[in-house]
Design a protein around this ligand. Structure first.
Ligand code: CTP
Length: 411
């Protein structure tokens, strides 16, 4: 569900979840749990048809703290004005699965049952994730309703293609549960990076010696993926240039998968002129072995010891520093075993970055493949801070907070 990318910033936020009639409703139980793991408070509404597929008790047991099921005489409702409950309490509303009937009610402003009535009154972001049979999805009435809702500014998550429960093939499946999860969190986040284009390099690179062997490092891309997720949630348009093994990223992130440092250099430099913020978190291999060739190196073919020669790879951060334009903010990382502060200052100047984040490697709880990071952050204005060991998603969120004045200054 990608909740390991999520920073602890959702305490005190509330989502209202509406479920209408579709077998896909069961998938929302996992989404509800994931939101609760992120400390998001959740209330819910089941339409009459929705309540045939999951029960109020299922939602309550997984952490929904009020579940509405009817407009009148709802014994579960916390107040007499249940139709206004999301309006008064929630910062975002998600309807998933949204049935054809629910879309029709919303498009036409009908308020004849509890969920559509709550949605009509709600004034915050409204996320819709339909699920239905492909023939119903393609029906002109459904398509017209969907266009109307898009034009009104609803956040519309298209259904996926594939097999549906009834055995038909086509578009109509509920979109991936983690997309609904992520869009819910995004709707709760301040959109303070809206309008910005951000580039992140992340993960390791692989420098092949022969088709079976390469030179690399233990980076998993978790720090970079946390930065990508945080920037996306805060409204940026994000390009992620990913080395091998980088995990799934939020929908809507433009992902460029690469293998070698040379590929990463080309992909990143192609995007760089269009971005206002570039963050080089990738663990780029500084050297590449001179390739043996297209055939596998056979150990019998050489006497021991044998030598492998290396050539220097392009330094992406340094190239970006040389080509930096006014209005661009450049952030580098540094993986260090010692002297975090001295090395960070040195790399900040040498690579013409605006901010440098040095993280400790070679210790537990920081650096490669660790869930947490211990970093020292320094910028050109003379700000310098040593942060405690924190989960990588929290480091990512804090770093974007730290960058906000820098981004405003250079805007
Ligand atoms: N970097 C890069 N391209 C490279 C090497 C590094 O873009 N070929 C970037 C990394 O993404 C990171 C920063 O440069 O943001 C520092 O990386 P690091 O490996 O710590 O520093 P190096 O410049 O390689 O110096 P050294 O290994 O000598 O400490």
């Amino acid at each position: 569900m990608l909740d390991h990318f999520m920073p602890p910033v959702f305490l005190g936020k509330r989502l209202h979840l509406g479920l209408s009639g579709s077998i896909a409703a069961y998938k929302m139980l996992d989404v509800l749990r994931a939101w609760r793991r992120c400390e998001v408070a959740v209330t819910a509404t089941l339409t009459q048809a929705g309540a045939r597929f999951v029960t109020p008790l299922s939602l309550e047991a997984l952490g929904a703290d009020a579940v509405f099921t009817a407009m009148f005489d709802d014994s579960r409702a916390p107040d007499a004005f249940g139709h206004l409950h999301p309006l008064h309490t929630a910062q975002a509303m998600v309807i998933a699965p949204a049935s054809a009937t629910t879309l029709a009610r919303l498009a036409h402003g009908l308020a004849d049952e509890i969920l559509s009535c709550q949605a009509l009154a709600f004034q915050g972001p409204l996320i819709l994730a339909p699920a239905m049979n492909p023939a119903m999805w393609h029906a002109p009435a459904t398509q017209a309703n969907w266009r109307t809702l898009q034009e009104r500014g609803c956040i519309c998550l298209e259904p996926d293609d594939g097999g549906t429960a009834c055995g038909d093939e086509g578009r109509g499946r509920l979109c991936r549960a983690e997309h609904i999860f992520l869009h819910g969190l995004k709707a709760l986040s301040s959109q303070d990076l809206a309008g910005l284009t951000v580039l992140v390099t992340l993960g390791p690179t692989r420098e092949y010696f022969d088709p079976a062997r390469f030179w690399s490092n233990p980076s998993t891309g978790l720090m970079g993926a946390s930065l990508v997720a945080a920037a996306w949630m805060r409204g940026a348009m994000v390009h992620a240039v990913c080395g091998p093994g980088v995990p799934a990223l939020p929908p809507g992130v433009v992902r460029h998968d690469v293998v070698s440092a040379q590929d990463m250099h080309e992909a990143a430099m192609a995007v760089y002129p269009r971005v206002q913020l570039a963050i080089c978190s990738a663990a780029v291999a500084d050297f590449a072995p001179v390739p043996y060739g297209p055939r596998k190196f056979k150990k019998e073919s050489s006497t021991e010891p044998f030598t492998v020669s290396f050539t220097r790879n392009p330094d992406i951060l340094r190239t970006m520093g040389q080509e930096k334009q006014p209005g661009q903010v450049l952030v580098g990382f540094a993986a260090e075993t010692d002297d975090l502060d001295r090395n960070a200052q040195d790399k900040l100047i040498r690579k013409n970055a605006d901010v440098l984040v040095a993280n400790r490697i070679g210790v537990e709880e920081s650096g490669f493949a660790s869930a947490t990071n211990a970093v020292y952050v320094v910028d050109r204005q003379g700000r310098a801070e040593l942060w405690p060991t924190l989960p990588k998603p929290e480091v990512a969120w804090r770093l974007l907070d730290w960058l906000l004045p820098e981004l405003h200054r250079s805007a």
